[in-house]
Design a protein around this ligand. Structure first.
Ligand SMILES: NC(=O)c1ccc[n+]([C@@H]2O[C@H](COP(=O)([O-])OP(=O)(O)OC[C@H]3O[C@@H](n4cnc5c(N)ncnc54)[C@H](OP(=O)(O)O)[C@@H]3O)[C@@H](O)[C@H]2O)c1
Length: 175
């Protein structure tokens, strides 16, 4: 089994909104590119609702879906019934050899349960509020060190300002 470490990957509005009606509340293609670049060839773990929001397994990555249902099957993804089982699948996957990083890609329920075990959080911070019904959980920012921040603005009519931010946990060091 490899010594994979796990990171959270999220796009969040200024008011912590991450979703609305089981969809992303914004259209931001550069963030989807960023997501793809980070996760390609690496294992990704998602809640069942996030999987249904995406609608298909993402190619080139081991897709792990967590549900409490017993008969949930998706061709092209591994379905498990607990966080522990998801972590184990990732550690044993072929992708685990890439560079030792696996990603928790949402949604809020999954983030809430995995913040405690992740070493990094990759946040796309949208610099404005959005209406929504799903929020990134509050966490103690003092436990985290900001190690990168890249500022961008969308080149469409919305001129949406967004930052790619990386936080590293101060105590849970990368090995
Ligand atoms: N902005 C972003 O970066 C981002 C990323 C991802 C998602 N989202 C948004 O977030 C929303 C979905 O988030 P959500 O919090 O509602 O749902 P979610 O976390 O995606 O999925 C929740 C489901 O996961 C399963 N689950 C959760 N914890 C489990 C556990 N410990 N053991 C077994 N199964 C478990 C359950 O599935 P069952 O009900 O099948 O048992 C639960 O209903 C959507 O709006 C989506 O668009 C946003």
């Amino acid at each position: 089994m490899s010594s994979l470490h796990f990171s959270i990957l999220v796009a969040m509005a200024r008011n912590r909104v991450i979703g609305k009606d089981n969809k992303l509340p914004w259209h931001l293609p550069p963030d989807l590119k960023h997501f793809k670049a980070l996760t390609m060839g690496r294992p990704i773990i998602m809640g069942r609702k996030t999987y249904e929001s995406i609608g298909r397994p993402l190619p080139g990555r081991t897709n792990v879906i967590i549900t409490r249902q017993n008969n949930y099957r998706i061709s092209g993804a591994v379905v498990v019934n607990s966080i522990d089982a998801a972590l184990k699948v990732c550690k044993n996957s072929d992708d685990a050899d890439a560079d030792g990083e696996g990603f928790i890609i949402g949604g809020a329920e999954l983030y809430r349960q995995t913040l405690e075990l992740c070493q990094r959080i990759y946040i796309t911070e949208l610099q404005q509020d959005f209406a929504g019904d799903t929020f990134f959980p509050e966490f103690n920012v003092d436990e985290w060190l900001e190690i990168a921040r890249e500022k961008h603005c969308s080149d469409d009519k919305d001129h949406l300002e967004y930052h790619f931010v990386v936080l590293e946990h101060k105590a849970r060091h990368l090995t």
